[in-house]
Design a binder for this molecule. Structure first.
Ligand SMILES: [Zn+2]
Length: 286
């Protein structure tokens, strides 16, 4: 709580300084939450304006985190979709210290039971299965429930002969679930292979940040791999790599633009163009 208050005070101070620069009376006070500071350009953006632009900075184009249901509402025709497997609850299979406390905290903060949402609906009139990893819940790390939900989503798409889109965003495997977490990598990939063998489309949509065991499994296996601008996408983080290799990494390493240039990502799409791009791709391939 103290941290939040401190951050709010800091935001307010910065906003006052900003107003001062614009020759506006310095006594103007801004209630909490009305403005959000962009971490890329430093601009104070009215929060409702940010929400209206799908959490993209109108000044510099920085892509903020977006909640899973907000993305889904923007993606499906008329914002209509059905959610699946929301009843699945994460347990603590290894009795890992403090994991239950962390889970409780994440559940209270997000109202979710894990960081994966599975949905079905129409995109450009084409029935599609969509998975969104929501990094507001423990950085959407992949534990047993996340892996199981993703696998069920893939299997549902295969069975119903529908295209599949997975929006990845993850800190990687969930260390509190140890080997149970790591086996989700093989499980999701095996299900995907069966989907591909059936001649069905899979679009992987990489968002900031997609790392670790998620990058090393289903996230890089799309027939088409799309990324949001400036997303961090990689297995180990840059500091770990630099420390191991004892050499400086090139500018922009592990960012969408670098990966596109080197052939790991097929296209970079601004969030404002997400829906129309996917409608076009689905209509071309299905
Ligand atoms: Zn900005």
């Amino acid at each position: 709580m103290d941290k939040i208050l401190k951050r709010r005070r800091h935001q307010l101070d910065e906003f006052k300084a900003y107003l001062g620069k614009k020759n506006t009376p310095a006594h103007v006070e801004i209630p909490d939450g009305l403005y959000t500071k962009c971490p890329q350009c430093g601009e104070m953006i009215p929060t409702n304006k940010l929400r209206d632009s799908l959490d993209v900075c109108p000044n510099c184009g920085h892509h903020f985190y977006i909640e899973s249901h907000k993305r889904l509402a923007a993606l499906f025709d008329d914002g209509q979709y059905k959610e699946y497997y929301s009843h699945m609850k994460t347990k603590d299979p290894l009795d890992f210290p403090d994991y239950d406390v962390k889970l409780d905290k994440a559940k209270k903060k997000t109202g979710m039971d894990d960081g994966v949402v599975v949905a079905s609906g129409r995109i450009g009139a084409i029935k599609t299965i969509v998975v969104v990893m929501d990094n507001h819940f423990m950085m959407a790390s992949m534990g047993t429930v996340a892996g199981e939900k993703i696998t069920r989503a893939i299997e549902m798409a295969t069975k119903k002969k529908r295209p599949l889109i997975i929006f990845s965003s993850s800190g990687g495997a969930r260390m509190q679930e140890g080997i149970f977490s790591l086996m989700q990598m093989a499980k999701t990939c095996a299900a995907l292979q069966r989907h591909l063998d059936a001649g069905l489309l899979y679009i992987s949509y990489l968002t900031h940040p997609t790392t670790g065991g998620v990058t090393a499994s289903f996230a890089m296996l799309g027939d088409i791999n799309i990324a949001e601008p400036n997303a961090l996408i990689g297995f180990a983080g840059p500091r770990v790599i630099e420390g191991t290799m004892k050499q400086k990494l090139p500018e922009g390493f592990q960012r969408s633009e670098f990966l596109e240039e080197h052939g790991f990502v097929d296209m970079i799409v601004n969030r404002a163009e997400m829906r129309q791009t996917l409608v076009k791709l689905l209509q071309l391939h299905v």
